[in-house]
Design a protein around this ligand. Sequence first.
Ligand code: CA
Length: 401
Amino acid sequence: MRNFVCAGVSAAILIAAASPAIAQGCPSPAGFPRWLQGFKQEAAAQGISPQTLSALDGLTYDPATIAKDRAQGVFAQTFLQFSGRMVSGNRIQTGGALLKKYANVFKQIEQQYGVPGPVLVAFWGLETDFGKVMGNLETLRSLATLSFDCRRPDEFREQLIYALKVIERGDLSPPEMRGPAHGEVGQFQFQPKNYYQYAVDFDGDGKRDLIRSAPDSLASAANYLQSIGWEPGQPWLQQVRVPDDLPWDQADVTIKKPRSFWAQHGVTDLNGKPVPADNLPAGLVLPMGRYGPAFLAYPNFDIYLEWNKSLVYTTTAAYYATRLAGGPALNKGSGPVEALGLAETKLIQQLLAKRGFEVGKIDGVLGAASRDAIRSMQVKYGMPADGYPTAELLMRLRGGQ
Ligand code: CA
């Protein structure tokens, strides 16, 4: 789970190229040892024991962590690219085998936390390929380096304190605590604060071991999902077919309608049967516009967006879970869908910002604010307002209309 954009096996946004741009006023690495002394005093004041703090003795600044963090230039994969890569036949097979292997564990977890096995296995596969790729940098060194750095020191200092608390509690030793550059740990890539708050010992050995214990890891992920509002027994995502005409400006994960609204407008399941005309709240998600794959996202899907803010990542994780739960293969829609490149998407964001729209960070990755702005301009231009950027939209924005 990630609250910041970073590289990793699972991130839908991948770091592409390093930038030489270094923010002004950042401290010289020469000051790291003195900073570390000060940090130890602060951690001691927060109750971390001298024995745990000795894990920081001799720790050095890690230029590799900074290089990864300063890397700039992201490229965004489309939903079809990312889901095609992440939800391969092999991943579905492996996921199914793991559901069988840990069937008893999943049964107990669902009884206790209300989260079904396929949902957990899908995150497990996307985050670390089921615990195979967890990162190998020293977590304390990475977090200390980023806490010393000038850009988000408070964010990482808090994570460093929590990493020390995890060690103090005896869950992991400092050498065991390794991961990717931003300090995530274990089979579900928990940030240390979430590790401290949500990890559980499910195999009964007295340790909350999110690196080596699959039962601990799976139950901890379920505990986290339950804590942030997962509703037991409720669906999360369903593939649907959409008709040629819909109130497209209502199609967004943030706009929930009673399912009857979608039924009335001709939304059906993949077999052409209307979706149930009941009051279950559902948002229509079109990750590649109205000609691409279409999904109804139920309230549990919002829990996915707490795990990772990327709509491409979350739709992929949720779709993967439906496959593991026996759902149908991906319907790619009526197609063809066009996909703008990163530069063109950034240009659209720039042009929208110039018109006074709040689009968030101009990085070629479309968040809710960018999608909203796109919809507004599509309405203005009399285009179907599905929030999906196209070459035609770019052309009209460039034309200054
Ligand atoms: Ca354990």
